[in-house]
Design a protein. Sequence first.
Length: 480
Amino acid sequence: MKITLPGVIFTAIFLPLSAFCQTKADSVKVDSIVSTKLAQKYISTVSKKADGITNDLDKKTEKYISDLQKQEAKIQRKLSKVDSLASKNIFSKSPNVYDQLRTDLQNKSDRLLKGSGQYISWLDTAGTTLKFFQNNAAFKNISAGQSQLKNAFGKIHSLDDQLKQAENVKEFIRQRKEYLKQQLASYNFGSELKNYNQTAYYYAQQVNEYKAALDDPTKLEKKALEILNKIPAFQDFMKKNSLLAGLFNIPEDYGTSGVAGLQTREVVQQLMSERMSLMGPAGAQTAQANILDAQSQLTQLRDKFMKTGTGGEIPDFKPNDQKTKKFLKRLEYGVNLQTAHSTYYFPTTTDIGFSVGYKLSEKNIIGIGGSAKIGWGTDIRHIAVTGQGLGVRSFLDMKIKGNFYASGGFEYNYQKTFNSLQQVNEIKMWQQSGLIGLSKMISLKSKMIKKTKLQLLWDVLSYYQTPRTQPIKFRVGYNF
């Protein structure tokens, strides 16, 4: 079994807490040293996560509002050349509308905080877990612990407010879209309205991205909650104090007795068994097949609803699902190999390339990279590792169909043996390669390697190189 430093730290922090609470299931008192360490680890992580998403969402909201206002101003200028009176009537209140929205956002007005908002499991879990720590007797006498908890509660509350505001901003944008659509119905502003609709759609998608980020717990959060959930006192506290438990009023004996007005699991199972027995020997299989089919259709409907990002409104364009992701989330790292043989078994050289690709969309990737040519000697009895060349690369992959991509790239390669970097500093000694060809991506079920990339490329500039290189290149790559 592999032992890591984080594992030792977590064991030292949480194991005493687990053992203590298992012996006293009805108590939430925890040893002061252990609970302080727990707070410093978990509470700090929760606070930073909430604060980071709050600030990012606030900046993105302001950016999208500015973009929408600029697009309205562009439509107004174009309309004024056609119908100045209509332009004045339709857009006379536009500046005030957007200024008021910004003021409401800055002041967190009640108008933008109305409604309960969407239930987000992370906010519920994090908030209830902080309350669990707050109720520990050890924390009540530690001013630093109480101060840290108060700060974390404030960050979570600010994030909750920010998400409520975002939902109301989405509603504001939806109403504005409808207003512009109605007012400009008799004018030819299809492309301008399409741009406005795209910006509105991507704002809704951006909000969904941040919500998805909340549901992606850090390693520390996973480990902390995994151990805390084994503690009876924590389980009991979550059942009584979480928002979800309050909404559904979960009883103490949940799972062992029926809720008034509802059938118990045993009654439902017995009824299903009786119904399936009437369907003959294949009754169970038929019922199971129907249930799976229904689940599949519900999943498809749910995915279609969620992908729209605008509460079920189908976009009138083909969305780019990479547009709202952060820069680092759109990067794809890769490594590829290309060998040349002196015999059937022994390779003379191996080109090892490294690349960083940027996803323009799910179908198009552009990137840069570098390569090193390593020499292995002449045969198995004369092995010698030497530097045989260097290269810099650029590439573009465009999806054709299925797993096949059209690939192209431009490279500079230094094809001579070198012992130091000073030997490769003259650009005239580097050969140019222009590559076009076909790539096939094979998805892999691996945590580290996402897919294998097979490439067959033609170097159209190889015929002008001195010495001439092979025009056909076959490369095997792996993307992370």
